[in-house]
Design a protein around this ligand. Structure first.
Ligand code: BDR
Ligand code: CA
Length: 300
């Protein structure tokens, strides 16, 4: 499967990119960066750093620095650390991003690989909305957009109502839904159904010192954050979206109407409905333990 990951790296974003690098069914064509966990400049640098570490010479295109409509929130440094990978210090990557914007790169690649390209958005979905605005054919050219975000039948994580990615840019998600592009939502309903614990990261570091060791180091900060909110382990958010893109048969996917609350107290809340408008695939279940094992086994 031809894949571009749109990302705001971020610790679980690093897990997602490394998983994509290791899954033999995935052909990673590049990364696009967005604000969210960190600023877009740090996200772009971190995307390049992850590719350096994974030994992948594929392009990175820098994307949106702000949501479409709302004022930007401060980066989530209390969750991912000031530089995005917990306590791991900043590092200059070996390469530079493309001169193209993320939206330009996405639309170009969707045209070049018409009907084959899957875009997996694991940050605020702003770049996908910008690609849809830039090229009216993007919705048809792309095979599918799989996004990590939302909370269909469970509470949010950034507020009681909203998951962080949809909270950051609900207007972008509304445009993606309205475009009619084939889309699949991988939200907190599934991504918090199983957790990665410190012994899982020890296993990753043992079986894959270079990639898994990096994740174990970064995860110390992430696990501390989760411990602070009462969880003995962290969510598999972004890697689960990549696994859903590559292996959708591992998930229960219900096709339902989806809308998103644009502002106010419930900003970013994803709401299911029975109408004909805005129907997309919603991941609502599956064997999440098997998904976790799929993730861990990729590093063996
Ligand atoms: C999402 O928010 C970000 O902090 C994570 O990287 C993930 O994409 C989880 O709500
Ligand atoms: Ca992310």
């Amino acid at each position: 499967m031809k894949l571009i990951i749109d990302t705001d790296p971020g610790i679980d974003d690093a897990m997602a990119v490394f998983y994509a690098a290791l899954d033999p069914t995935i052909e990673l064509l590049g990364l696009t960066s967005a604000f969210g966990n960190v600023t877009v400049d740090i996200a772009t640098r971190n995307a390049l750093r992850l590719l350096d570490r994974a030994g992948l010479d594929v392009p990175v295109a820098a994307g949106a620095g702000n949501p479409l409509v709302l004022p930007p929130l401060p980066p989530s440094s209390h969750v991912h650390g000031a530089e995005g990978f917990g306590h791991i210090p900043a590092e200059t990557p070996s390469r530079r991003p493309l001169d193209l914007s993320a939206a330009e790169f996405l639309t170009d690649m969707a045209r070049r690989h018409r009907g084959e390209l899957v875009v997996c958005a694991v940050g605020p979905i702003t770049n996908v909305a910008l690609a849809l605005r830039l090229d009216p054919d993007f919705a048809r050219n792309v095979k599918r957009v799989v996004f990590m975000g939302g909370a269909a039948r469970v509470p949010g994580n950034i507020t009681p109502y909203a998951e962080a990615n949809t909270y950051h840019d609900p207007h972008a998600l509304a445009e993606v839904i309205a475009s009619g592009v084939e889309a699949v939502m991988v939200g907190l309903d599934v991504t918090l159904a199983t957790l990665l614990r410190s012994d899982d990261f020890d296993r990753l570091a043992r079986t894959s010192p270079h990639l898994g060791g990096f994740l174990r180091e970064a995860s110390r900060f992430y696990l501390d954050f989760y411990r602070g909110i009462g969880n003995d382990g962290c969510g598999l958010h972004d890697p689960m979206a990549v696994i859903a893109a590559a292996s959708p048969e591992m998930f229960t996917i219900e096709t339902l109407g989806l809308s998103v609350v644009p502002d106010g107290e419930q900003q970013g809340r994803t709401v299911l409905h029975d109408g004909d408008e805005g129907r997309i695939g919603i991941c609502t279940g599956g064997d999440m333990e098997a998904v976790k094992q799929r993730f861990l086994a990729a590093f063996d």
